[in-house]
Write a protein that binds this ligand. Structure first.
Ligand SMILES: *Cc1c(COP(=O)(O)O)cnc(C)c1O
Length: 407
């Protein structure tokens, strides 16, 4: 068998569908984000403005974060030295976990090497080991949650996205004695919509279900201390497990769960993805701690973030550029075709030095391909001018439909 040909054929399939992924090669510049250098294959380097980063608040270049990382790197060296079981539990991990427990008002927290791993390891372990467990998974849950649930081999039922009545119906049909785990997100990253968390919790409490929320796109960004949507709405104490990332708004890397002491101890003791993997470097943990501490006190970043988002939305509205309305910081500009989305993205990059990655299947359903714009506090008014003018220009060139202006 020609193995290479078998792989190449499937890659050709992706190319034909317009879904082949091409990465932009960037060099981020600390201190001048959202500016970055872009490297092209011919060895050229040019300036770009990044409009699709998940470093939502620019914390990846915050002096407090960098200082904490430099200090820990010089004091502790590069790596953690092992898994947490075997010589890898560093002081910085313990400090970070207590910071996270405090952020979410929980007894404990447990960190992982990424948000993906935290979802995968926690959900697979919880669902596999709860007796006769049925998992109820929101239809738009992230791949890391889906894979974790699948790996648990527990029975899984998908409830229609954000549909509490459907969740209630499904939960009602399950024998009362069975363990029930309900998994959902707060801010959904591609549509930017927000779950009706209080209503979901009402349903879960009625049925005695165990609740697991992914707040990856909300931690640092919402709530008076950056605890996420559940903090903003005063609901953290009603949720059993709150999961988050240290890699998006906190600007560093890693993932975590915050929960009761028993739940964290349970995942720590049984989750393969935690036990058998080298711990985060101490410098990363120290940087994340500094970032969380800063965002617990400072509102400046969150206020300016929301202000930038509103301005971009208003400007797009004024030009009739269609984007999904939602109550979050994510601005999906709907294109609806994979080839088109990629072409527009390439054009913005090549002609205006504007980097917005196209989002294609399987990240979003076919026919809903989009440009996902994520304004940050460090985008200036001039950056916004350049972005909306460039989008308007390509919209005209491609004769894409505009929305009627609201009267
Ligand atoms: C990005 C993401 C994750 C994974 O977090 P990482 O820290 O990037 O691994 C989990 N859940 C959702 C909803 C995400 O968008």
């Amino acid at each position: 068998m020609d193995y290479d040909a078998a792989f190449a054929e499937q890659l050709d399939g992706l190319r034909g569908a317009g879904n082949y992924r091409v990465f932009a090669e960037l060099e981020r510049r600390a201190g001048s984000f959202p500016r970055a250098s872009r490297w092209t294959e011919d060895g050229q380097v040019s300036d770009v403005t990044v409009w699709c980063s998940n470093d939502y608040l620019g914390m990846g270049q915050h002096p407090k974060v960098l200082d904490a990382m430099h200090e820990a790197l010089d004091r502790c060296g590069a790596g953690a030295g092992g898994t947490r079981n075997i010589s890898g539990t560093n002081h910085q991990h313990v400090v970070l976990e207590s910071e996270l427990a405090d952020l979410h008002g929980k007894e404990a927290a447990l960190i992982f090497t990424s948000g993906y791993v935290s979802n995968w390891a926690s959900l697979s372990t919880l669902a596999a080991r709860l007796p006769d467990c049925v998992v109820f998974s929101d239809a738009l849950n992230h791949a890391s949650m889906i894979e974790g649930i699948r790996h648990s081999r527990a029975e899984c039922q998908r409830w229609r996205h954000n549909d509490c009545a459907h969740l209630d119906e499904l939960l009602s049909a399950v024998a009362p004695g069975r363990a029930k785990l309900v998994a959902f997100e707060s801010v959904y990253s591609m549509d930017g919509d927000i779950a009706p968390i209080a209503d979901i919790l009402d349903v879960c409490e009625k049925h005695g279900a165990f609740t697991y929320i992914d707040e990856v796109h909300a931690v640092g960004l919402y709530g008076p201390r950056g605890g996420g949507i559940a903090e903003r709405e005063g609901l953290m104490h009603r949720i059993d497990v709150i999961e988050g990332t240290l890699g998006k708004a906190f600007g560093v890397m890693g993932g975590y769960i915050a929960a009761s002491k028993t739940v964290c101890d349970f995942v720590r003791s049984f989750a393969s993805g935690f036990i058998f993997s080298t711990a985060l470097p101490p410098a990363i943990a120290a940087g994340a701690t500094a970032s969380i501490r800063h965002l617990k006190e400072s509102q400046i970043e969150r206020v300016r973030h929301q202000n930038r988002v509103k301005i971009v939305r208003d400007r797009l509205n004024a030009l009739g550029i269609p984007h999904l309305p939602n109550p979050s910081h994510i601005i999906p500009i709907m294109v609806g075709d994979a080839h088109h989305a990629k072409m527009i993205s390439d054009w913005l990059m090549d002609n205006h030095g504007i980097y917005v990655q196209p989002i294609n299947y399987p990240t979003v359903p076919k026919g809903t391909e989009r440009l996902r714009i994520t304004p940050s506090p460090v985008h200036t008014d001039a950056d916004i001018d350049r972005l909306v003018e460039a989008i308007s220009e390509i919209w005209s060139q491609c004769r894409l439909a505009r929305q009627e202006l609201a009267a």
